[in-house]
Ligand binder design. Structure first.
Ligand code: GLC
Length: 432
């Protein structure tokens, strides 16, 4: 009954595969859901879906998504612009609510007292200007610093408070402990430096911690060109090839995790999912790591980009009633608790952070809830349909500094000019 395409295929292939799928009458066809495959994402989606199938007797087809958020978006936009009914349930990045809202149904009329209370900020994020709730929060993400507790202890080093501390401690340990647990070179810090949505997230954390800038502010002013931002961007470029591997300029979440989980890095910036995978029996760092807030800037601010994924139902779905029921089940307290226990996915339901079983398994959840509540949003709601262009401009200019093609000041001057043009243009457009 349950079926899925086993390997992650490209958006173009996926689309053509879907276009060929036979169309049968509503209610006889399986509900179709798109699920990510980063870390344990796909396994956990499969487990939840299987539970729903057993409970209801209905069948579901899972379509695995590419890892990159940008590619997922391209895939969805091609499906939506064709008005295709082939996908009933979409897994949506927190930054797409203003972008894809028109193609998703309002879920508010279908919610009952049985549905959980979600983090208020996520509900606001998923509500359009005309009050439609176009997606329900599935899990919440924020950027975190992972560290090797064993190495900090061995060299009697504290947790880094600031970005300078991180550089110093990483270099100190690298100088003495040249090899990682795999026998390869030990690196100080791994993170996401490729030119994609993940770099926008990492860069927001640097800039916000230095100057409080989120690129484009709520009044549409552009706040990126500031001495503190130039300083931290230049500093980050200096990590490449020193405390961070040269390949960092092509690293996404899973690349950074591969180095860290092999035991070949002291620190890593990643999302909460990396905790669950690090505790697998075959993980070299099982039991050796901790999680902490990211380092602070000079004014004492630590910033964690707000991420996370939502579930929404297509306007073009021919399986609407079942799709809505599936979404309600997947985001339910019971399923979110199961996913959290099985793989460390962080619930979008505040009450679960007081759940005794979850707290016993993940004592760090108590600290995380504060970080989640303070997660810094990307300028997505404010720039609405313009957000993909805003984010691409950020990725491109920051990446050019990391690769040494231009200095940080030139990059931020260019970015300032590009964001000013975009915010002027999209400031005149309705947000949703
Ligand atoms: C994570 C976050 C998502 C973000 C993406 C960037 O999946 O949850 O919000 O856009 O990483 O790579």
């Amino acid at each position: 009954m349950y079926s899925h395409t086993p390997q992650c295929i490209s958006a173009a292939l996926l689309f053509s595969a879907l276009a060929l799928a036979p169309i049968t009458v509503a209610n006889e066809r399986p509900v179709t859901i798109a699920c990510g495959a980063v870390g344990d994402e796909l396994e956990q989606c499969e487990a939840s879906v299987r539970n729903w199938e057993q409970l209801t007797g209905h069948s579901v087809t899972i379509v695995p998504l590419p890892d990159e958020s940008n590619l997922r978006l391209d895939f969805y936009q091609s499906i939506m612009s064709a008005g295709s009914p082939e996908l009933d349930v979409f897994q949506l990045d927190v930054v797409w609510a203003g972008l894809l809202g028109h193609d998703l149904i309002d879920l508010r009329p279908y919610l009952t007292a049985e549905d959980p209370e979600f983090f208020g900020g996520l509900i606001t994020n998923n509500t359009t200007a005309n009050g439609e709730l176009i997606a329900l929060p599935w899990f919440i993400d924020t950027g975190l610093l992972y560290y090797r507790r064993d190495l900090l202890d061995k060299y009697n080093q504290p947790l880094p408070e600031t970005w300078e501390d991180l550089e110093r401690i990483a270099s100190h340990i690298m100088a003495q402990e040249q090899r990682g647990l795999s026998g390869n070179k030990l690196w100080g810090y791994v993170w996401q430096g490729d030119s994609y949505e993940g770099l926008t997230c990492d860069a927001l954390e640097w800039f916000y911690s230095y100057t409080g800038s989120s690129f484009v502010e709520v009044d549409m002013s552009v706040s990126i060109l500031q001495p503190g931002n130039i300083e931290i961007l230049q500093r980050a470029a200096g990590w490449i090839g020193t405390i961070s591997p040269p390949e960092t300029i092509a690293h996404k979440e899973e690349d950074a995790r591969a180095v860290f989980q092999a035991g070949d890095a002291v620190f890593m910036r990643n999302w909460p999912y990396a905790w669950g995978t690090a505790q697998r029996p075959d993980s070299a760092i099982r039991g050796l790591i901790g999680m902490a807030p990211l380092p602070r800037g000079p004014n004492g601010v630590s910033a964690a980009t707000l991420g996370g994924w939502q579930l929404g139902v297509s306007q073009h779905s021919q399986n609407r009633a079942l799709a809505i029921e599936l979404v309600r089940y997947l985001v339910s307290e019971q399923e979110q608790k199961r996913r959290a226990l099985a793989a460390g996915y962080n619930p979008s339901i505040p009450a679960l952070y007081n759940d005794p079983q979850l707290m016993a398994e993940y004592p760090q959840f108590a600290d995380l809830v504060e970080i989640f509540q303070g997660g810094v949003p990307r300028p997505a709601t404010i720039t609405g349909r313009g957000y993909p262009l805003v984010s691409r401009a950020i990725q491109r200019q920051v990446h050019r500094t990391l690769t040494g093609e231009q200095d940080a000041e030139t990059a931020l001057r260019n970015l300032n000019a590009q964001l000013s043009r975009l915010s002027h243009w999209y400031g005149q457009q309705p947000v949703n």
